[in-house]
Ligand binder design. Structure first.
Ligand SMILES: [Zn+2]
Length: 288
């Protein structure tokens, strides 16, 4: 007796989806493990103590100390367990302050409801950069760079980029970013391993496909979670393990398994399209 195996395209699509879901499940578990770790919790505790400065103050900090990394006032540093070194010059910013408004006779001004009228003013205060302090080391989360070599995958993804008429530039990028998506153009820092470059290129391809739609209502955190999850699935499909980096990256962008599940359809569709294109360009090359 002969058995005929026939896989319908619907079965194939289902099988595909299952494979992608399995990859995302593995990533989701890794992200939740990062978030549950003591070192990550400690990191978040300390981060929460740092103030988010206004755009104006951020500019003032940059002008006075262009290499500033983490800035806080004297007492905040004390709470974190670090001390401003003697003789360090503070960075001047303006702190908003409210005050009670007084009338011409020096009496507290009242509004129509009988409440004191409050005004707002700014007073100069001094803050200090981490480099001006000593004490307990600041907790940090290491997001390791991918060390593996993946010339073949990088080549495939470069051709996918070309096929999508996205301009691709390999160059040294200043400021710590490994790549950038600029709507129709991608830059990749070529000082890293080809495995890292392939991972970054898949991430930027996902941004190009998903995050330049002006009608999109996602936050930056969701955009980073989606792009990184797509990159993870594409890399996993081609046998490149980037789990350590991707899970920590997503956790640092405030992502978790719930967020990954919420974006699963978008992640699966985008990853599938990149993988299909990468396999198509590889076959083209074989024929040529
Ligand atoms: Zn990104």
């Amino acid at each position: 007796m002969q058995t005929v195996t026939r896989t319908s395209s619907r079965d194939k699509a289902k099988e595909w989806r299952k494979r992608i879901d399995d990859h995302v499940d593995a990533l989701a578990k890794a992200v939740d493990d990062v978030r549950a770790s003591e070192s990550f919790k400690r990191f978040l505790d300390v981060q929460a103590k740092f103030h988010r400065y206004s755009w104006h103050n951020t500019m003032m900090i940059f002008m006075q100390k262009p290499d500033a990394s983490q800035v806080a006032g004297f007492n905040t540093w004390k709470k974190i367990g670090r001390f401003v070194r003697k003789g360090e010059r503070g960075i001047m910013i303006f702190a908003p302050m409210t005050f009670q408004s007084k009338d011409a006779k020096g009496e507290i001004e009242l509004d129509e409801n009988g409440k004191a009228v409050r005004g707002m003013t700014f007073r100069p205060v001094h803050v200090f950069d981490a480099s001006q302090t000593d004490g307990e080391p600041l907790p940090s989360v290491d997001v390791p760079t991918v060390e593996a070599v993946a010339d073949d995958l990088l080549g495939k993804l470069a051709r996918v980029t070309e096929r999508r008429t996205i301009a691709l530039t390999f160059k040294a990028i200043d400021g710590g970013a490994f790549g950038a998506s600029m709507k129709g153009a991608i830059e990749i820092d070529n000082r890293h391993s080809t495995g890292q470059q392939a991972k970054t290129l898949a991430h930027e391809l996902a941004h190009e496909a998903l995050h330049w739609d002006i009608k999109g209502t996602f936050t930056r955190s969701v955009a980073e979670l989606e792009a990184e999850a797509v990159a993870y699935v594409v890399c996993a499909h081609f046998g490149l393990d980037v789990q350590l980096r991707s899970s920590r990256y997503i956790a640092l962008w405030d992502g978790d398994s719930k967020g990954l599940r919420g974006s699963l359809d978008r992640i699966a569709k985008t990853a599938r399209e990149i993988i299909d294109d990468a396999e198509a360009v590889a076959n083209q090359k074989a024929v040529a």
